[in-house]
Design a protein around this ligand. Structure first.
Ligand SMILES: Cc1cc2nc3c(=O)[nH]c(=O)nc-3n(C[C@H](O)[C@H](O)[C@H](O)COP(=O)(O)OP(=O)(O)OC[C@H]3O[C@@H](n4cnc5c(N)ncnc54)[C@H](O)[C@@H]3O)c2cc1C
Length: 401
């Protein structure tokens, strides 16, 4: 599967940060992580912290798939509004899930400090605005649900949004105190480098040919004839998990993003991440080097050829959106790209065991909150490996709906 089209901003900004060898010998390890991007690097950090002998492999270069393409907004608010999630899974469970994403932002902040990552982690506020007048009533209901649940929210009218943040053409929105942004490509590299010094073995461009899942462990056969034996395998293989899981558990989409040239002056929305009620929604943030980054224009994933062909048309639409939303800003497009994205029915990730794979866990942080879900995944994996249960695992299990 092609995880992205064209060269994303983060890859060009950072270049190839670290390169690792491919595996050319047989190996035994307690934990084998498959997938070396943001999720795999977070889970590897947890496994090393918990004292496990850990190996990580990837079929590509490290962090070269969706994590290189992400806009890396960190949000406690998931793709399914709290009010809708309450209707799906009940009030207590829905609030717990929102709270977990909120906690994940602070956990990630602490982790960035611990590994001394220069990934530009920054706490921000979040603006979720009504894209159309007809969306206002539902958004106010969402505001009330969040307020009642104790989340730090304010309702802002469109004039106030324009005055405070320079964001135009809204119909009011929810301002939340809890949000953030990072460069996930850089963080994945920094986490892996940090943990490789603590014993994590990392191999990229390592291709799996076959896997035998046993009750007492897993044997992975590589294309080059080498083998890896492990007690537990943890798949952090993102959207490519659809290659090995039979049921249809995630809807794959293509999403498009553009980033502008550096702004000469600090923007009013510098400390804000922005998204809206449109379907598909737009998402927007600034980078540490004062660029505006906007994404959206999602469509069903058909093929990378079609995505490539649509890129210019979609980039132009996103450009127009910036001119409309930020009329006082001189926005000039610098880079455009697209990536694969996944949507689940309840907006929640899949983290845990699957009946078809013995001795194996999956950590699949889908949706607009993929990164915060992967941070929560660290806690779940730590519990699973210690033989304990976790209160969120029933909401993240496979075959739940
Ligand atoms: C344009 C765009 C904007 C986004 N914006 C946001 C956002 O603002 N906030 C947010 O939280 N999320 C966002 N996302 C989603 C986010 O990017 C993903 O949730 C996240 O990058 C997934 O990371 P991952 O490590 O789970 O998967 P991936 O980054 O896809 O990594 C999976 C890795 O597994 C490897 N792999 C797969 N199968 C095998 C195999 N058999 N053998 C070896 N290796 C294998 C792949 O090579 C790949 O490197 C966005 C995504 C896109 C495309």
């Amino acid at each position: 599967m092609d995880l992205r089209s064209s060269e994303p901003f983060w890859l060009q900004k950072n270049g190839l940060l670290n390169s690792y060898p491919s595996l050319q010998e047989d190996l035994e390890t307690e934990i084998l992580i498959v997938g070396g991007e943001i999720t795999g690097s977070l889970i590897a950090h947890q496994c090393i912290n918990d004292g496990f002998q850990t190996t990580l492999i990837d079929r590509r270069d490290i962090a070269n798939g969706s994590t290189a393409a992400t806009t890396s907004m960190l949000q406690y608010e998931i793709d399914v509004p709290l009010s809708a999630l309450i209707a799906k899974i009940g009030k207590e469970a829905a609030i717990q899930n929102y709270q977990a994403c909120s906690d994940a932002i602070d956990t990630l902040g602490a982790l960035v400090k611990e590994v001394k990552s220069k990934c530009g982690f920054k706490k921000k506020k979040s603006l979720y605005f009504a894209a159309y007048k007809k969306d206002v009533a539902a958004l106010k209901r969402e505001f009330n649900a969040r307020k009642e649940a104790g989340f730090p929210v304010k309702w802002l009218e469109s004039e106030t949004i324009e005055e405070l943040y320079g964001v135009s053409h809204t119909h009011g929105g929810i301002l939340s105190d809890q949000a953030g942004s990072i460069d996930a490509y850089k963080l994945a590299h920094d986490l892996l480098k940090f943990n490789s010094k603590k014993g994590l073995c990392i191999y990229d461009k390592t291709i799996i040919a076959h896997v035998d899942y046993g009750k007492n462990g897993v044997q992975v056969s590589l294309e080059n004839g080498r083998h890896i034996k492990c007690k537990k395998l943890i798949y952090c293989n993102g959207f490519e998990s659809t290659e090995i899981i039979r049921e249809n558990f995630v809807k794959l989409l293509s999403t498009y993003a553009i980033v502008g040239e550096q702004q000469p002056e600090k923007l009013h929305m510098e400390n804000l991440v922005v998204w809206n009620t449109a379907n598909p929604y737009i998402y927007m943030r600034t980078t540490t080097d004062h660029r505006i980054l906007i994404g959206g224009e999602d469509e069903d994933y058909v093929s990378s050829t079609r995505r490539e062909a649509n890129l210019e048309k979609k980039a132009k639409k996103l450009e127009k959106k910036v001119w409309q939303l930020l009329p006082d800003t001189a926005f000039k497009r610098d880079f455009a790209w697209a990536g694969t994205f996944g949507e689940t029915k309840d907006g929640l990730p899949y983290i845990g065991i699957h009946p078809d794979f013995d001795s194996t866990y999956f950590v699949l942080g889908f949706g607009g909150n993929g990164i915060t879900f992967s941070v929560t995944g660290m806690e779940l994996v730590s519990c699973f490996l210690a033989g304990k249960s976790h209160k969120l695992s029933e909401y993240y299990r496979f075959q739940r709906n």
